[in-house]
Design a protein around this ligand. Structure first.
Ligand SMILES: Nc1ncnc2c1ncn2[C@@H]1O[C@H](COP(=O)(O)OP(=O)(O)OP(=O)(O)O)[C@@H](O)[C@H]1O
Ligand SMILES: [Mg+2]
Length: 1045
């Protein structure tokens, strides 16, 4: 909380800080605010218990004013008291606080009114206006600037809109420079009335503006009261302009040099001649030099070119020069100009006039020039502010801002005050029409029975001034226009004749004795709604006529200054019609203004000035009471309170308080009125405390509403907790739902993938099966589309099967059966595979083993499937020799000499005659086989003499070495038996190279006994081996059968 005052304000009765829920700090703040509330009164006068008491009213204002709470409501009317000091309540944060917030939820502020008007314009699509009234110095212009600033800051903006905003804001310093002046009451007093339309587009952005100006106080150009000044621009120019510019304009940097800046009204001169220089060019509160810079910049922002600025300023300068044109009286009564450097033509023009006439003609010219230039300036600003988008201009909504001079009463009141006060009467009339009357009409419309409140309707005064033919303005115009000797006095007499009987009109002649004492003979008095004012009729006719000599106009028309040629048009010269008088013009423009205002929804700001000394913190009750009276605030309050202190539309009331009743919380479905009725019954409202209208509830006593507000405050805490809980719950639920949804989505997605995969597999399977069946049906056809798959498949499976079942060793003869189409390939593969296996096998084989195998191969070639005991010999390895050196007699070895022995084996030799068995050794050398008996070489058979070898097909070990008969040395064929017959014969076959000469006989072998004789060996199979000489002389061999065939 920035200041205690703010705390208090924000904790006020009607206002509720919605965000102030929950924390202890905030509760403490609320409580302190509640007690503080009593100290600083009420934020809305309708909540004042003693609402009929003016004292209580002013006391409430005073209390709040002392706490720097300058704003207070009367219902929707804002009462503002000028603080005469800068309060920290116009910051951007403040603007944000009021933006879009309900009127009653924040403390009273000009921003709340601005925002309310803006939101009504946006939501109800109705034009709005904010009427700011109050007497001079009460803060109207400041308030209107605050409103503009609020819109400039808070409304949406684009680049284009920014320029418009800037121009809207910058139009103020320019208009103030040319139209404001220091007066006794206000250092920055607006000397013209101003109504400004701010146009908003459909998005709510300010897009244009238009200004209407009313009745500039032109007389100020030529003279001012003592202690007052001319319009600011004169001093700003002289103080602030660069030397070069001043030189071009022929000005000096000294305000005292210029008659118009130092001259005071003649009447005052009489009293105080010594203060001829008494006007005050320099005022401590005004910095003309810095203001000049502001104005100069503002002119550029608004779109003035440098040339235009120069022309504008040269007009201001020429007015100053004109003021310095002096006349001196001559006997002839005509005048001449004493300052020879001044403009020569003026002399010629003025020459037929006497001194007084010449001066007044000069002043009339100055006023006309200044007045018209001011109007031109307003038009120029309007052009710059104009909403360029013609197409959309119809859709633009408008907020009007009226900052017009307040009710004025001076010691001496003239035509200007008459006009100004008339204007205020009109505004009061409008106020009555729109608020007091409408308040009462509201009760009627809502069907609420009530006693009408009496209020003063000032229509009677308006009529007195403006009525056709009978009104004061009509009479004044008549006097101005009628031929003959019309004067201000004849006007007064005419007034007495015509409106003399009016209750609100008095003159010296008509008044009673008491009044006469305070009235001059040249005065008439009007009993305004705001008080009595005496008007001195002197100058009324002249001011109303506002005439300018035709030849002066002509001169102006021929000026080279482009602004002046726009201000003085040639048509005016030729126009025969009499121009409208000032009062009539004013009356008409006011009538138009009323029309404009009537077409809009008004908001009121009633400004009050707390003291005449422009001092901060000073609250003069008398002065304030006077303003409260003439602003009609008490009446306003009375009517507002007469029936019911408070009213709210049902929906708004229900929306705000529905949480206080279980039936209406959280929502009410039935009719609004029933909802409100249920609610207030639950709250314990007594029947006399409220009434239900057609659309609104009316609450009679403020305390009823306070109680409800406080209950709401309490309730907010528990609501906040509930809200928090449900919000958290909602949050979690949303999170959970999101998670679940995601999970389901992932699942669905994954299931989809799986299902699609399965379906695809099934489809493929079906395809495959179909193709397979078809292929099977066509399998015997030549390759064609129908069977190619099948055939490939069969091939493929065969090859795959083969791949898995390839023989691992050379001996493994297994081989899968190929499909017919692959028979040839299978065979090739098989060979290849075998070759490969063999090749691999061979690569790993040792020379000894190779030798072994070579022998085995020979054995196989010779004996396989031919001799019964061959299979038994296969697994047994052949040995190098069965007899080594030790087993053989050394003599034998000696006899062999160098002949190398390749193989030796013990054998049984059967005699050729008796077949006697004798143990012998068979030695094989490179060239012969030798049969050895002990140390004797019994028989040497050269391989060349070896015809062949015979052996039986049985399992016996007998064999016969056949030798050639021619060889005498030989003793015939040798019949031998070896236990290793396969090995022995293989060795013989290899050594003697007789592989093809080994004969295998089935049943008998013939052999030679030498000298041509023959022996026979018979073989039979039996149970055991038996070798014996048979009776027939043959050698009979019985051999057991080892292998079945
Ligand atoms: N809200 C405010 N905060 C601070 N000072 C203010 C405020 N309102 C007015 N003032 C002071 O009061 C002076 C007079 O205010 P302002 O010019 O707005 O009066 P006015 O009602 O427009 O008078 P007039 O009718 O003479 O134009 C201002 O120059 C300013 O110093
Ligand atoms: Mg003003």
């Amino acid at each position: 909380c920035a200041s205690s005052a703010e705390c208090v304000d924000r904790g006020g009765v009607v206002m509720n800080n919605v965000s102030a829920v929950g924390s202890d700090w905030e509760r403490a703040m609320m409580e302190s605010a509640l007690t503080a509330r009593d100290r600083v009164g009420v934020q809305d006068f309708v909540l004042l218990e003693n609402h009929t008491s003016e004292v209580a009213f002013i006391e409430n204002l005073r209390k709040r004013f002392k706490e720097n709470l300058i704003y207070t409501y009367i219902g929707s009317v804002l009462v503002s008291v000028n603080p005469y000091k800068d309060l920290e309540i116009y910051t951007k944060q403040h603007m944000e606080r009021y933006r879009g917030v309900n009127f009653y939820e924040v403390s009273p502020h000009i921003y709340a009114v601005s925002d309310n008007a803006y939101r009504s314009m946006r939501s109800e699509k109705r034009d709005q206006c904010i009427l700011i009234s109050g007497e001079s110095g009460a803060g109207k212009t400041e308030a209107s600037k605050k409103v503009l600033q609020y819109y400039a800051v808070t409304c949406p903006a684009s680049e284009h809109v920014q320029t418009v905003k800037d121009r809207l804001l910058q139009s103020n310093p320019v208009l103030e420079a040319f139209g404001n002046a220091k007066t006794l009451r206000n250092d920055n007093s607006s000397r013209f009335g101003k109504y400004m339309d701010v146009q908003f587009d459909f998005k709510g952005a300010p897009v244009g503006g238009h200004i209407l100006n009313y009745l500039l106080e032109k007389s100020r150009v030529v003279h001012q009261s003592h202690g007052e000044r001319n319009f600011h621009i004169f001093y700003q120019l002289i103080e602030g302009a660069e030397d070069e510019l001043l030189r071009r304009l022929g000005l000096e940097r000294m305000a005292q040099q210029y008659q118009y800046l130092v001259k005071v009204r003649e009447r005052e001169l009489c009293v105080c001649v010594c203060v001829l220089q008494g006007s005050c060019p320099k005022v401590s509160s005004i910095n003309d030099r810095s203001d000049w810079k502001v104005v100069r910049k503002a002119l550029s922002v608004i779109g003035f070119s440098d040339d235009e600025v120069e022309e504008l300023l040269s007009i201001i300068a020429s007015v100053l020069h004109l003021g310095n044109v002096q006349y001196s009286g001559e006997d002839s009564g005509s005048s001449y100009i004493t300052t020879d450097t001044q403009i020569k033509y003026i002399a010629r023009l003025m020459s037929p006039l006497n001194q007084e006439q010449a001066s007044s003609a000069r002043d009339a010219l100055s006023k006309a020039i200044y007045g018209r230039t001011f109007t031109w300036l307003v038009n120029k600003i309007n052009t710059s502010l104009a909403f360029k988008d013609k197409f959309n201009s119809k859709n633009a909504s408008v907020i009007g801002l009226l900052d017009i001079y307040g009710f004025e009463v001076f010691q001496n009141n003239s035509f200007e005050q008459f006009c100004i006060n008339y204007c205020n009467e009109k505004l009061q009339q409008l106020f009555i029409e729109l608020t007091l009357k409408s308040e009462q009409e509201e009760y009627e419309a809502e069907g609420i029975t009530w006693e009408p409140v009496q209020y003063f309707n000032n229509k009677i005064i308006c009529d007195l001034v403006e009525e056709k033919f009978k009104g004061i303005i009509s009479i004044l115009d008549e006097e101005c226009l009628r031929p003959g000797d019309a004067s201000d006095i004849t006007f007064l007499v005419k007034l007495e004749d015509t409106v003399g009987g009016h209750a609100h009109f008095v003159t010296h002649k008509l008044a009673d004795g008491k009044t006469r004492k305070v009235m001059g003979r040249e005065e008439f008095r009007l009993l305004h709604y705001a008080g009595e004012v005496n008007y001195n009729v002197n100058g009324f006719l002249d001011k109303n006529n506002d005439l300018l000599f035709r030849n002066l106009k002509e001169v102006m028309c021929s000026s080279e200054n482009r602004i002046l040629t726009q201000c003085f048009s040639r048509e005016e010269l030729t126009d025969k019609k009499l121009p409208e008088t000032t009062a009539t013009q004013f009356k008409n423009s006011l009538a138009k203004l009323m029309e404009i205002l009537m077409s809009k929804d008004p908001s009121y700001v009633r400004c009050i000035k707390p003291n005449d000394a422009k001092q901060a913190g000073r609250f003069e009750e008398v002065l304030v009471r006077h303003q409260v009276k003439y602003l009609g605030l008490m009446e306003n309050l009375r009517v507002r309170r007469a029936g019911f202190a408070y009213r709210r539309r049902y929906e708004v009331f229900l929306q705000r308080y529905k949480s206080l009743c279980p039936d209406t919380w959280p929502s009410w479905d039935g009719r609004l009125v029933d909802g409100v009725s249920t609610l207030v019954k639950h709250l314990g409202y007594k029947p006399e405390e409220y009434k239900l209208g057609r659309t609104k509830i009316f609450i009679r006593f403020p305390k009823t509403l306070f109680a409800t507000e406080e209950a709401l405050e309490e309730r907010k805490h528990s609501l906040a907790t509930k809200l928090q809980a449900s919000w958290k719950g909602y949050n979690q639920k949303t999170k959970y739902r999101k998670l679940r949804l995601s999970a389901v989505q992932v699942q669905a997605w994954w299931k989809g993938i799986l299902a699609r995969r399965r379906a695809q597999r099934r489809r493929q399977a079906v395809d495959t099966i179909r193709r397979f069946i078809k292929g099977f049906m066509f399998r015997h056809h030549p390759r064609c589309p129908e069977n190619e798959y099948f055939l490939d498949y069969v091939r493929y499976t065969f090859l795959m099967k083969l791949h898995r079942a390839l023989p691992k060793t050379v001996l493994d003869k297994s081989w899968p059966t190929p499909p017919p189409a692959l028979t040839e390939a299978s065979e090739l593969l098989r060979k290849l595979c075998m070759q490969n296996l063999v090749w691999k096998y061979c690569k790993t084989i040792s020379p000894e083993w190779k030798h072994q195998l070579e022998q085995k191969v020979v054995a196989s070639e010779v004996f396989k499937d031919k001799k019964d005991n061959y299979p038994q010999s296969v697994p047994k390895l052949f040995v190098g020799t069965r007899l080594d050196g030790d087993d053989i007699n050394p003599k034998v070895l000696q006899a062999l000499g160098t002949e190398k022995m390749k193989y030796a084996v013990p054998v049984t030799k059967y005699d050729r005659k008796g077949f006697k068995a004798r143990a012998r050794q068979l030695l094989l050398t490179a060239s012969s086989a030798i049969i050895v008996e002990e140390a004797k070489l019994k028989q040497r058979i050269d391989y060349s003499a070896l015809k062949g070898v015979s052996v039986s097909s049985l399992s016996d070990g007998l064999f016969v070495l056949h030798v050639t008969c021619e060889d005498n040395k030989q003793k015939g064929d040798a019949v031998l038996q070896s236990d290793h017959v396969i090995e022995t014969l293989t060795k013989v076959a290899i050594c003697a190279d007789k592989i093809n000469n080994i004969n295998i006989n089935q049943s008998s072998i013939k052999f030679t006994l030498g000298q041509g004789k023959e022996g026979i060996i018979d073989f039979t199979s039996g149970s055991e081996l038996l070798v014996a000489k048979a009776k027939n002389g043959h050698l009979s061999v019985t051999a057991p059968r080892l292998n079945s065939r």
